[in-house]
Design a protein around this ligand. Structure first.
Ligand code: 2AM
Ligand code: CA
Ligand code: CA
Ligand code: CA
Length: 273
């Protein structure tokens, strides 16, 4: 079978992101079931599952030989068997979806043999679609995104998603955040990692840091940040994996090294959650 072109993959990824976002907005206006996944601060709704299934159906209808890695695990095959892998988070920021009804997104990425080809992050409540195709640049709706402004760490607005759990305390994340907060212009916590990283690409935030994210949280946005000219690695400077958890730092390249120095983490914190 002939490999699909980048244009075909991009068109489907963007169509899926918009369609998923519209479905979640529609369902948000009706009553929906909310469950605890692992605790009262880890929610999943019937909408997360329905939207994931909807996206999977759209992908498999067009490309039945592609694999899917989604947060809600509604794809029944073994995703590792496939060269072309779609990495999807149907609702990134489920807590915001339930409580705020804004600040959530759908994240859809396409990888070929582990290489990121297309990333799309859609915020349906603001109708903002962030996307990128490898080698072809990043966009917000139709506006090209370029991180041209040189920002110092002192001038930076940084964002983090911190889980204030035991593990975070053990490895001293509270100390790291405190140290950073004293250095930078400001810190923000928005609650959708995919959106927060996309905001770095758009220059609304200058950097994003997380101790531990899943592949579907950063799979699309890392391509968008890189294509906008940003730097994205794990906190210890490794390339991000495409199908595993990792810590993440995504930022304006001007202060990447200084930020890493400030984070000052050792290797054993790399995959902490
Ligand atoms: P979710 O809403 O898809 O679960 C919240 O600060 C951000 O972190 C969201 O992007 C959220 O994604 C993600 N998140 C929530 N729980 C997480 C966990 N246990 N590990 C990694 N990321 C998590
Ligand atoms: Ca979740
Ligand atoms: Ca997520
Ligand atoms: Ca999710």
């Amino acid at each position: 079978m002939q490999e699909p072109s980048l244009t075909e993959l991009k068109e489907l990824a963007l169509r899926c992101a918009r369609s998923a976002g519209e479905l979640s907005l529609k369902r948000m206006k009706e009553p929906f079931q909310v469950e605890y996944k692992t605790s009262a601060s880890d929610l999943v709704t019937a909408v997360d599952k329905e939207v994931e299934k909807h996206v999977i159906n759209m992908i498999l209808e067009r490309f039945p030989d592609h694999g899917i890695l989604g947060e809600e695990s509604t794809f029944t095959g073994d995703y590792k068997q496939f060269d072309t892998l779609w990495v999807i988070d149907p609702i990134d920021g489920t807590t915001n979806f339930v409580h705020q009804q804004i600040n959530f997104s759908v994240s859809i990425a396409v990888y070929y043999k582990g290489e990121g080809l297309v990333g799309a992050v859609y915020d349906p409540s603001r109708d903002e679609l962030f996307y990128a195709v490898k080698g072809e640049g990043a966009y917000l709706n139709d506006r090209p995104l370029h991180l041209e402004k040189v920002v110092t760490l002192e001038e930076a607005l940084l964002c983090t998603s911190v889980f204030w759990n035991k593990r975070a305390e053990q490895i001293g994340i509270d100390q790291i955040v405190k140290k950073l907060a004293g250095k930078v212009r400001g810190m923000r916590l928005l609650g959708s990692a995919a959106l927060e990283m996309s905001y770095v690409a758009a220059g609304r935030l200058d950097g994003y840091v997380s101790m531990s994210l899943n592949a579907w949280d950063f799979g699309a946005a890392r391509i968008i940040v890189e294509e906008a000219g940003g730097k994205v690695t794990s906190m210890v400077g490794n390339p991000l994996p495409f199908d595993e958890k990792s810590s993440v730092m995504a930022c304006n390249p001007a202060f990447y090294e200084e930020l890493q120095h400030y984070l000052n983490l050792s290797d054993n914190t790399e995959k902490g959650s």
